[in-house]
Design a protein. Structure first.
Length: 409
């Protein structure tokens, strides 16, 4: 039994190492000089390996085809992934939101560990670009590559999506799937920064906001998303974990125009916020308004909030009226921006879209159209929220494809 794995990212390394436990021979084909290039930059180079959330709850963290992952996530769980890395010498820790990282905060340790897992004695690593899957009489026979033909009994395609193409995840696997007769759904960015209409974002670029609440509304005022966490202003709009998760919910509406409302002080009810503003103004009654709110808001944000409230920024703090104070509170509780679209797919953490899940057996990851052909990872039409969910989908589908292709089940 020879298993060919196309792509040595997270899913591919898992698939190769798992298949090698049962198959006679595994050929791992990767076009880059190094394996796991995209894995090295995940989590800002720290690698958000998975999430500690219960598996039953985790399924809800995939806005696209989460139920398809049921078998995969239960066959190889987040706990299984943590245990595997511990066996490979990588200790992990749990951070805010259940995010699991290596204790070293270095994604390279995870890549090295998964490389050791994959590169068993019966695994051969080949540097080449896969050009086509060889199919005869409805079954795979091997692959055609830039380095020649490789024959095998099973082929697992783990070539990734279209995000971060500089890492090799350039969407080329979609064409392999199409050649095999599979349907590839529309490819759109998911977990991607948002562009906004207002120029103030350029002035606020680099400013990070923690513990804020956001809500996105469609053209007709319907709430599309609500979340709490951290966000960042950029030269083109907004980004950060909270915004990336939001993008997965509003991607179909974003180009039509959405409204983003930010509650800068979600822990304070309007009346408590007003009392806080009054206290700050009284404590700074000899100063101008613009110099009286440093304890309440980030300095760069103060003039913007005051302008949004329609108050003269250099008005003496002692002369601010109750009506103006209430407008100030409203501007803080409903800091509003107008979303104009998503950044390009090349800037997305993951892509939405891929090989249609109805054409893949969810209990094995085998194609329903071609015998011996398997898919794993981001090439499938699945995507999760930020927080380690997309990597867990890669580990789980890679494991399921590997154990089935290798003959372990």
């Amino acid at each position: 039994m020879t298993v060919i794995v196309c792509g040595a990212g997270a899913a591919g390394l898992m698939a190769a190492g798992t298949a090698a436990k049962y198959a006679d021979r595994v050929i791992l084909i990767e076009k880059n000089d190094r394996v796991g290039r995209k894995l090295r930059i995940t989590g800002k180079g720290r690698c958000n390996i998975t999430n500690s959330r219960d598996v039953a709850e985790m399924i809800d963290m995939y806005p696209t085809n989460g139920k398809f992952l049921y078998s995969a996530l239960y066959t190889f769980t987040n706990d299984d992934m943590v245990s595997l890395l511990e066996e490979l010498g990588v200790k992990t820790k749990v951070e805010r939101g259940g995010r699991i990282f290596p204790v070293s905060d270095d994604a390279r340790d995870v890549v090295a560990a998964m490389r050791r897992y994959a590169m068993r004695d019966n695994v051969k690593l080949v540097k080449a670009k896969v050009k086509a899957i060889i199919i005869e009489n409805g079954a795979v026979m091997g692959v055609s590559t830039s380095a020649g033909r490789f024959l095998g009994d099973r082929v697992i395609v783990c070539t990734g999506g279209a995000s971060y193409p500089q890492t090799g995840s350039d969407g080329s696997g979609y064409e392999l799937a199409r050649q095999a007769g599979h349907t590839v759904t529309d490819i759109t960015p998911s977990l991607v920064p948002l562009t906004v209409e207002e120029d103030i974002c350029r002035d606020l670029s680099g400013l990070s906001l923690r513990n804020v609440k956001t809500a996105a509304y469609g053209k007709r005022g319907r709430k599309l998303y609500e979340g709490f966490g951290e966000m960042l202003f950029t030269h083109f709009g907004v980004s950060g974990p909270l915004i990336l998760s939001m993008s997965a919910h509003i991607r179909k509406e974003a180009a039509k125009g959405c409204t983003l409302e930010i509650d800068l002080k979600p822990a304070l009810a309007p009346e408590k916020l007003d009392a806080r503003i009054l206290r700050d103004l009284e404590a700074n009654n000899r100063k101008h308004l613009i110099n009286s709110l440093d304890a309440l808001l980030p300095k760069a944000l103060i003039p913007v909030v005051i302008e949004n409230a329609g108050i003269e920024p250099h008005k003496p703090a002692a002369e601010v009226t109750k009506a103006e104070r209430l407008r100030l509170g409203e501007a803080i509780k409903r800091f509003t921006l107008h979303i104009t679209g998503l950044r390009p797919v090349e800037e997305a953490i993951v892509t939405s879209g891929g090989v249609k899940t109805s054409e893949i057996d969810p209990s094995t990851m085998e194609s329903k159209l071609v015998k011996g052909l398997y898919f794993a990872g981001e090439i499938i039409d699945i995507d999760g929220y930020t927080g380690g969910y997309n990597l867990q989908a890669a580990w789980s589908t890679g494991y399921l494809a590997g154990i089935n292709a290798g003959g372990g089940i």
